[in-house]
Design a protein. Structure first.
Lengths: 559, 203, 325
């Protein structure tokens, strides 16, 4: 039997409110994982808004054939920066920001293993992000979108070589991402060290919350998969500045080698983005279904399997490159194989809901939408693994639909669910449920209206990364539909922002444990004191607060 | 009340080295760094192997490369000296530790001088630069990447050696010094790979 | 600026409206795959929806937590094994199609074509027939009795492009330093559209592609017409003077004259093509004049420089070019 320490008075109520400059200074010099986590998530959301604007301009242009609201040059810069921002400046910081915040709390630790390295990671990310956006001011200046990169977010060689990309736009892409990459690896090492060595007493690996398990897998993948990108980028730097020939096809260099190196990073990267979504869902669904997660050991095993398998599938982004039938078949096999551990997780989540008493608070609404949308995303992924089918659909709007279903329909939806779920813990106030519902429904409608038609446009032959298209191809209607989804999503985000601002000031006070949850972060105050727990917790099962609330039927014997 | 444990001070939790039986965060951190670096080097090695024989012009490896025997002996010996330095510190012999680390640094400097001399010869006499051919590109990139890591390790070891002489270094710092030595062993291991790939397989 | 395709009405380039053997194969495979994933979606989404509806908290229920179910090895094993079996079936089928399409051998009567991707147009050569043209791939229709597929060698002059006409085949990338092969075997005459499918720079969107499938005798006639050297009409001599004196010949070839530049499209039979600038404008006299005067006005970023000709030179030049049928 285990008991949690008594709640601590909410800090800040007893101390005189410091001046604005002092408070800002505290945030700037902080090494506290909670503050850094919040800073990561807030920065990520700011970049999300910017990248969303970039997407909105593109959708506006693509509404009808032949439209040229922006020049081809600007459009190409827009889709490059949109993709780069969303992956590196939105996805990565938000998922690592949440991990920053939650992992120490969930394992009963005081902070991450290396707090100053943590701060370094954040500031390096922010610098890299600002460097990327500074590129809009170079060259011709803001009107012509300056020197912003225009080679696509995966920057294929030899288009990125000096010969075909003169000027500095590609260098902005290269350097900003290289720099943010160092921060991400540092944070991952930090998370691994923390998780392996700083768990509270009684918390064996088998008693860690699933969120912590999955973030451990994610951190491990990052440490192995991000350096290849850095290596490729260093090679590109050498090519562009010192006349090296890594990707210089005129000198015998290999354009395909860039793709191999990039996707060796790139594929694990998308799992690095997605698995944290699974991690958050694995915490939210049980609490709102009022049931323990179904099949904890299997989910852990599946997560580890995904971690390893994700390093073996990279060339499924290259099926049209001409690798030859045997290699094509091999990567089809590994890609289809990874669908199994990824897919069965859905069954575990549904089985958790089955027989439960589901409460549809806003986090659970987002979780439910996630289930359907991720199912769709995963299945379109399986179709893309069918190589001949891939030969039609790769580089088309079908792929654009697929990965937006993964990264928006699955990841962003879980991020919103997670924000509604953990915002009370971080701020001490609940977000408005009413505004939350508006946010949810508008976003679901808008998201599906934009991205479902894209599947069809791809099947009708529409390639991606085109600034306009001919009028007689039958693509107009589907593009119009896709654009119609934009105002819904914009309205949803606006409502979300209003919700955050209002709730920070006037939201209902949350208390320690507003959701009647079971993991350690809910055992301390909202927001937690700087040191997290007054005394180091001791746990005897995977759900310490369940044990506390159900002393007659603790989890331990069942596990 | 979640019983028993007084909240361990964060530093104490992190500095639990020998005797606690628990893995220390610093060790895990260094292993993590080494894995990341290994992944980085692996890509350059793959590029080197992939591009072997594909140069369109310029001198070939067989023509211009000779095995850097002295440098290799020095670098690999430096792994021994750094290990001896760590052992000395473990026994409380701070000055001796400083001496062994200084020896490590000097061996590394000899290695780097050898590399520099080789590069000078290749660039000025053999006409091989990073821009000459695929061989030049992959050679200078891989060997250069390794050399840069030698320099970083060398600086760290020189600092520790200086601290030993200034008495700032104490036996309690053993774990930190040991972890730097792990990094150094990694750099040496990478050299063995580079040596094999560039000077043996490649020629 | 507008993007247009060939002169006839074109069908939507749907992968579900194939006209060529590899595209038929892909469509058939995709029916199977789509059936499988649709089935999976319906079942899983159905169960999920059921759980959401059936197990929602109802008003008036007490606040007690329901029975906790920690897992079931049997169920979990079952729902791992079944997807694994589905994966095996999909994989085996996929592999069969991969090899069938990629390892298809060229029969003796196959037409050989080399396509060279450029920023931002397609050079199309028929090495055995001595023809070089641009942006339009003319092929004979094939039938089972005497198959005449077209086998295509893909090369790039600069960056990576991708050769994609959905109704005739899946896409194959066009990569500098690497030679790829693909094949098509259209069964129905007609005009089928596609475009570059790998981002290749500024005018990636303006690199359209057309495959024109002729009945066999019509194809032979087209070949003969293309093999002829350029006509030399007396009334066009003045224009030809302009053509050879201004730098045109440094980039363009006109067979039968000493113009043998290789950077731009072969112009020997320029007027036999439906569009200019790889689909940017219909190939009419007016558009041709506009193009030659300033290509960037029709296709911003086009590699061909504005020739800065006087109106008189332009008129004479265009009068010559329109004779190149």
């Amino acid at each position: 039997m285990s008991i949690i320490a008594p709640p601590v008075a909410t800090p800040g109520t007893l101390v005189e409110r410091a001046g604005l400059v002092t408070r800002l200074h505290e945030w700037v010099v902080t090494v506290d994982h909670k503050r850094l986590g919040i800073m990561y998530v807030v920065s990520g959301l700011v970049f999300f808004l910017i990248a969303g604007l970039e997407a909105s301009v593109m959708r506006w242009q693509l509404t009808s054939a032949g439209s040229t609201i922006v020049s081809p040059q600007v459009f190409n810069r827009l889709f490059t920066v949109h993709g780069t921002t969303m992956v590196f400046l939105v996805g990565v910081p938000i998922v690592f920001g949440f991990a920053n915040y939650l992992v120490p709390l969930m394992i009963g630790a005081r902070d991450l293993a290396f707090p100053r390295l943590n701060a370094f990671g954040f500031w390096v990310f922010l610098f890299g992000g600002l460097l990327l956006y500074f590129s809009f001011l170079g060259g011709d200046g803001l009107y012509g979108a300056g020197s912003a990169p225009d080679v696509g977010w995966f920057a294929y060689a030899p288009l990125t070589g000096r010969a075909f990309s003169p000027g500095n736009s590609t260098d902005y892409w290269n350097l900003s991402i290289l720099v943010t990459g160092f921060g991400t690896v540092a944070t991952s090492i930090n998370l691994i060290a923390t998780t392996l060595t700083m768990r509270c007493r009684g918390m064996s690996l088998g008693r860690m919350p699933l969120y912590v398990w999955m973030m451990l897998v994610v951190a491990g993948m990052t440490v192995m998969a991000l350096p290849p990108l850095s290596a490729a980028q260093i090679m590109l730097l050498l090519d562009r500045f010192l006349g090296a020939h890594f990707f210089d096809t005129q000198a015998g260099g290999s354009a395909v080698m860039w793709q191999h190196f990039f996707w060796f990073f790139g594929h694990p990267e998308v799992y690095i983005l997605m698995v944290p979504g699974f991690a958050m869902i694995s915490e939210i669904i049980p609490v709102f279904s009022r049931k323990v997660i179904f099949g904890y050991p299997m989910i852990v095993a599946a997560s580890l399997a995904i971690g390893f398998l994700s390093m073996t599938v990279w060339a499924h982004h290259m099926f049209s490159v001409g690798m030859g039938a045997p290699l094509n078949a091999a990567f089809a096999a590994s890609t289809m194989l990874i669908a199994v551990p990824t897919g069965i997780k859905i069954f575990n989540w549904v089985a958790t809901m089955y027989g439960g008493r589901i409460r549809f608070a806003t986090p659970m609404l987002f979780a439910c939408a996630f289930l359907f949308q991720f199912l769709c995303a995963g299945l379109t992924g399986v179709t893309l693994a069918v190589v001949p089918f891939n030969w039609q659909l790769t580089d088309s709007y079908f792929v654009v639909a697929h990965f937006h279903f993964v990264l928006v329909g699955a990841l962003i939806f879980t991020v919103f669910g997670a924000i509604y779920y953990w915002f009370p813990k971080a701020t001490g106030r609940l977000l408005s449920e009413r505004l939350g519902r508006w946010h949810f429904w508008l976003f679901v409608v808008g998201f599906n209206l934009t991205f479902l038609p894209m599947h069809w446009a791809g099947m009708l032959g529409m390639p991606r990364r085109i600034y306009t298209y001919p009028a007689d191809r039958g693509w107009d209607f589907w593009n119009l539909l896709a654009t119609l989804g934009v105002p819904f999503q914009a309205a949803a985000i606006l409502i979300f922002l209003v919700n955050v601002v209002i709730s920070l000031r006037r939201g209902e006070r949350a208390g320690n444990d507003p959701w009647d949850a079971w993991t350690l972060e809910w055992a301390t105050a909202s927001p937690p004191p700087a040191y997290n727990f007054e005394t180091e917790p001791v746990v005897a099962s995977r759900r310490p607060l369940w044990d506390l609330k159900h002393p007659d039927d603790p989890d331990g014997p069942h596990e | 009340m979640i019983p028993t444990a007084r909240m361990s001070e964060l530093t104490a939790q992190r500095m639990s080295a020998h005797g606690s039986g628990r893995l220390s965060p610093a060790r895990v951190g260094m292993v993590g760094l080494i894995v990341a670096e290994a992944s980085l080097f692996a890509v350059f090695v793959v590029a080197y192997l992939y591009d072997l024989g594909k140069s369109l012009s310029g001198p070939s490896p067989t023509e211009v490369l000779s095995v850097p025997v002295l440098g290799t002996v020095c670098l690999l010996s430096s792994s021994v000296t750094v290990a001896l330095g760590v052992r000395a510190l473990g026994r409380g012999a701070v000055r001796r530790c400083g001496a062994w680390l200084l020896a490590t640094v000097l061996l590394a400097v000899v290695f780097l001088i050898g590399t520099a001399a080789e590069w000078l010869r290749l660039i000025t006499r053999e006409g091989l630069t990073i821009g000459t051919s695929l061989f030049g590109t992959t050679f200078f990139a891989l060997v250069g990447l390794h050399a840069s890591h030698v320099i970083v390790g060398l600086v760290m070891l020189a600092l520790i050696s200086a601290f030993a002489w200034s008495r700032a270094l104490r036996p309690a710092h053993l774990e930190r010094v040991e972890l730097v030595s792990w990094y150094w062993h990694f750099v040496d291991a990478v050299w063995i790979v580079v040596l094999t790939v560039v000077y043996v397989i490649g020629r | 600026m507008s993007l247009t395709a060939a002169m006839e009405a074109v069908s939507t380039p749907s992968m579900f409206a194939p006209v060529s053997t590899p595209a038929f194969a892909i469509r058939d495979l995709s029916f199977l795959v789509l059936a499988v994933v649709t089935f999976i979606f319906v079942v899983v989404a159905g169960v999920t929806l059921y759980a959401i509806v059936r197990y929602r908290r109802r008003p008036g229920e007490d606040g007690r937590d329901p029975p906790q179910v920690y897992g079931s090895t049997q169920i979990e094993l079952a729902w791992t094994v079944v997807p694994f079996l589905i994966v095996i079936v999909l994989f085996l089928t996929t592999t069969r199609y991969i090899f069938a399409i990629e390892r298809h051998a060229a029969p003796a009567d196959a037409v050989e074509v080399t396509v060279v991707g450029n920023q931002w147009w397609w050079e199309i050569r028929y090495p055995r027939l001595g023809i070089v043209t641009a942006n339009e791939l003319h092929v004979p229709v094939s039938d089972d009795a005497r198959p005449t597929p077209t086998f295509i060698t893909l090369e790039s002059a600069d960056v990576i492009h991708s050769f994609w006409i959905p109704q005739v085949a899946g896409k194959t990338d066009v990569i500098p330093g690497k030679t790829n092969r693909t094949w098509i075997e259209p069964r129905t005459p007609g005009t089928y559209v596609g475009q570059c499918a790998e981002f290749c720079g500024l005018q990636h969107a303006g690199m359209l592609l057309t495959v024109i499938v002729h009945p066999k005798n019509e194809f032979d006639r087209w070949v003969a017409a293309q093999q002829a050297t350029a006509v030399d009409l007396p009334e066009a001599r003045a224009g030809r003077e302009v053509f050879t004196s201004v730098a045109c010949i440094s980039c363009h070839t006109v067979r039968g004259t000493f113009a043998n530049g290789v950077f731009g499209p072969d112009l020997t039979h320029l007027m036999s093509r439906a569009t200019l600038g790889a689909g940017m404008a219909r190939n009419t006299r007016e558009n041709l004049r506009a193009w030659v005067s300033d290509p960037a006005a029709l296709k911003p970023g086009a590699r061909m420089p504005a020739m800065k000709l006087s109106d008189d030179q332009l008129d004479r030049l265009v009068a010559y070019l329109v004779t190149l049928r």
